[in-house]
Design a protein around this ligand. Structure first.
Ligand SMILES: [Zn+2]
Length: 284
C-alpha cells in the first residue's frame, strides 16, 4: 500500500564510496560528513511523488514549511517546527532523558550507552552477537534482543511502554528483503512497527581498519553499524507511535521522505545522530 510508505535510512540507492587516503584521522569524519552531505544534496532527486503516498506534493502549506532543505543547520530548520509540535517533542524528550538517566548533550554518557548496547548484544542474554555477523546466521531472537537493547538504553523503555499502551504491534526487526521496497537502502520502518533491515546491504565487512560513519558516528564493526541503524529507525518509530498525526502529515516531519526538521531534531537528541548518510572512511 502506498499509504504505508516505508521510511529508510538514507535515500541513495547507489553505494558511493569515497576514495580517501588511508590514515585519515577520525576527526576528518565530520568534514567528510559535510562533504558527503554536499554530494548528496547535489545529487538528490526530488522525493515527492505526486499522488503516491502521504508524502506527495499535496502537503498542506504552512509558514516556512516549504523551506526545508537537506543540509540546513539546526538553528535554521528548528524554526520550521511549529510551537505546538516542539512543545510535544520537548516534553517527550524530557521524559526520555529522565528515564534513561542522561541528557542529550552528555557525549560521554551517550558513548557509554552505545558501549553498553554492544556489550549487551555480545552477551549470552543479549543474543551472543559476533561483531562481524553474517546475515544468513542472524536469528529473529538476536534481532529482537538488539533492538530491545537500543530501545532500553536510549529511550528508557518509554517507546515499548507507549506501544503496549496504545495496543500497537510490538517493534520487531526483520533481516531480509523488504517486500514493499526490494531496493531499500539499509533499512526501513513499516506502519505495523516492523523494521526491515535489508540483508543484501549487510554482507560487507565493517572493521577497525575499514570503519563506517553512520550519521556522524564512527562504527568499527558491523554490529555497531546495525545498532546505529536501528536507532535511526527507532526515531521514526517514536514519531509514529507517540505522534501519529505528526507522522501522517506534519510539514515539519514529512519532507525529505520523513527526514524533515522533526526527524533531524529528534534523531540527534535521542541517538546523537547528525545528518543521514553512512559512508566508508576508507576505500579498501
Ligand atoms: Zn529514515
Amino acid at each position: 500500500m502506498d499509504s504505508n510508505k516505508r521510511r529508510h535510512v538514507g535515500h541513495r540507492r547507489d553505494n558511493t564510496v569515497l576514495p580517501l587516503a588511508a590514515g585519515v584521522a577520525v576527526v576528518a569524519a565530520s568534514c567528510l560528513t559535510l562533504f558527503v552531505k554536499a554530494l548528496l544534496k547535489r545529487n538528490s532527486k526530488p522525493t515527492q511523488k505526486q499522488g503516491k503516498g502521504r508524502e506527495g506534493g499535496s502537503a498542506p502549506k504552512s509558514p516556512g514549511a516549504g523551506a526545508y532543505v537537506r543540509g540546513m543547520r539546526e538553528r535554521e530548520y528548528v524554526r520550521l517546527i511549529p510551537d505546538v509540535e516542539m512543545l510535544s517533542l520537548q516534553s517527550l524528550l524530557r521524559r526520555i532523558q529522565k528515564a534513561r538517566g542522561w541528557q542529550f548533550r552528555d557525549d560521554a554518557a551517550r558513548d557509554q550507552a552505545w558501549a553498553r548496547v554492544l556489550a549487551t548484544a555480545q552477551s549470552a542474554a543479549g543474543g551472543a552477537w559476533p561483531l562481524d555477523f553474517t546475515p544468513n546466521d542472524v536469528t529473529p531472537e538476536q534481532l529482537q534482543a538488539l533492538c530491545d537493547a537500543v530501545e532500553a538504553e536510549f529511550l528508557g523503555g518509554l517507546l515499548a511502554e507507549q506501544v503496549r499502551r496504545a495496543g500497537r504491534p510490538r517493534i520487531r526487526v526483520v533481516l531480509g528483503v523488504d517486500p514493499r521496497d526490494p531496493y531499500s537502502w539499509l533499512s526501513g520502518l513499516h506502519e505495523d512497527n516492523t523494521i526491515f533491515v535489508n540483508s543484501n546491504r549487510w554482507r560487507e565487512e565493517v572493521s577497525q581498519d575499514n570503519p563506517l560513519v553512520f550519521e556522524g558516528a564512527l562504527c568499527r564493526s558491523k554490529l555497531e553499524a546495525l545498532a546505529h541503524t536501528l536507532g535511526h529507525e527507532l526515531t521514526h518509530a517514536v514519531v509514529l507511535n507517540f505522534f501519529p498525526a505528526m507522522d501522517a502529515s506534519s510539514p515539519a516531519y514529512t519532507p525529505d521522505d520523513k527526514h524533515g526538521p522533526v526527524f533531524m531534531w529528534l534523531n540527534r537528541r535521542l541517538f546523537g545522530h547528525v545528518g543521514h548518510a553512512s559512508k566508508r572512511l576508507f576505500n579498501t
